[in-house]
Design a protein around this ligand. Structure first.
Ligand SMILES: [Zn+2]
Length: 380
């Protein structure tokens, strides 16, 4: 009996798996995959549940991997929803619920495709599913835990497809062959507090901060590269918290978020920050503390066999040739790329993280058909 990806999506939505809660989602998948002939291992770490499933020989030369997550973001204000966020209700062709697009439908589609594929046409090789319960939060013990465990246990993927939603509005229009890197930096400028009537007796940190923020935000990082749009820097906050107009504050903190392409690394950006900070310190005689958090480096899987394989399957099932994109935020592909070539393809993600998140029911079956065709073509 073929696995129905729509029923499976509904079952998964009914598991309230808001990060870091497992919610029954991985338990359900483990049972289904075990019945489908997969060897399943729970790779839990740091209070996070993860599931590794393999059909076929360990370490096979041709191993096709799928990666995805069953955790979901919080529902927000339940009163804003017109349906039960964990009810999987179907209305006017859409299935509603938290995770409907991001990405329980994707996980259901690849699990159903993988089980059907190995039963219909057992391949000479292996099919691997690496499913995490920690993608939406810090992702410290999610896909990285799976990849660490795989490396320690001779488990491999030759290539990997991440099933995140990648299409902006029409099914099949976009796949992602890379992602920009992301980092956030906090700058604290420390001067000397004083009376605003006697500014010469204080050292006001605000002009220094204004200059720093202006220099950073007006700098052109690059003009874009072969596969990427230009890198961007956004000033996201400037805080002094000074309610008094007769006081020059002692310090001020600002944060910037940088989304960078393959013309940079997090280190090259950090080095640039250091140069700018040194200049401002010299000019204004202030101290500046810098704190940086790197969320991910930029990466690209250059167009080739893997993107062709996926593009051809998408074209065959939807009639559309997907555009190769590197836009958007980060995803777990940033970890997988250290293990093997990785591309992301999934359905339309318009409502992800929104109230009344929903997926076109027909797209779930279409996505399963695409994933199954990818497996068939890969092992042909
Ligand atoms: Zn996601």
């Amino acid at each position: 009996m073929p696995i129905d990806p729509v029923a499976l999506t509904a079952d998964l939505i009914r598991c309230p798996s808001v990060t870091p809660v497992e919610g029954g989602a991985l338990v359900l998948l483990e049972k289904l995959l075990t019945e489908g002939g997969f060897t399943c291992t729970r790779v839990d770490r740091g209070g996070i549940a993860n599931l590794y499933a393999r059909w076929g020989r360990q370490g096979a030369n041709r191993t096709f991997g799928f990666n995805g997550h069953t955790d979901v973001v919080p529902i927000g204000n339940q009163d804003d929803w017109t349906v039960d966020p964990f009810g999987a209700e179907i209305k006017d062709g859409y299935m509603y619920g938290r995770g409907a697009t991001d990405m329980k439908s994707g996980v259901a589609a690849f699990a159903a495709a993988a089980i059907d594929f190995v039963q219909d046409t057992p391949p000479d090789g292996a099919v691997v599913l690496a499913i995490t319960g920690d993608e939406e939060a810090d992702a410290l013990d999610g896909t990285t835990a799976l990849l660490d465990w795989m490396a320690a246990n001779n488990e491999v993927m030759s290539v990997c497809l991440v099933g995140e939603p990648t299409c902006p509005s029409e099914m099949g229009e976009t796949m992602k062959i890379g992602r920009r890197g992301s980092l956030t930096a906090w700058f604290t400028v420390n001067g000397e507090q004083g009376h605003s009537a006697y500014p010469h007796r204080a050292n006001n940190p605000l002009p220094a901060m204004a200059r720093l923020v202006d220099r950073l935000s007006s700098h052109v990082l690059d003009e874009g590269t072969d596969h990427f749009d230009p890198s961007t820097l956004a000033v996201v906050t400037i805080d002094t918290g000074n309610p008094a107009t007769n006081v020059i504050p002692a310090s001020c903190t600002a944060a910037v978020n940088v989304r960078f392409n393959d013309a940079h690394s997090s280190q090259s950006i950090i080095d640039w920050f250091a140069e700018e900070v040194a200049q401002i310190k010299g000019t204004f005689g202030v101290d500046i503390d810098t704190k940086v958090k790197v969320s991910g480096e930029s990466f690209v899987t250059p167009p080739g066999d893997l993107s062709d394989l996926i593009g051809n399957a998408v074209k065959a099932e939807t009639g559309r040739t997907p555009e190769l994109s590197t836009s958007g935020g980060t995803s777990d592909a940033r970890f997988v790329k250290n293990h093997c070539p990785v591309v992301e393809f999934g359905l339309v993600g318009k409502t992800m993280h929104q109230v009344d998140e929903r997926v076109l029911v027909a797209q779930i079956s279409q996505l399963k058909a695409i994933y199954k065709r990818i497996l068939t073509d890969y092992f042909a």
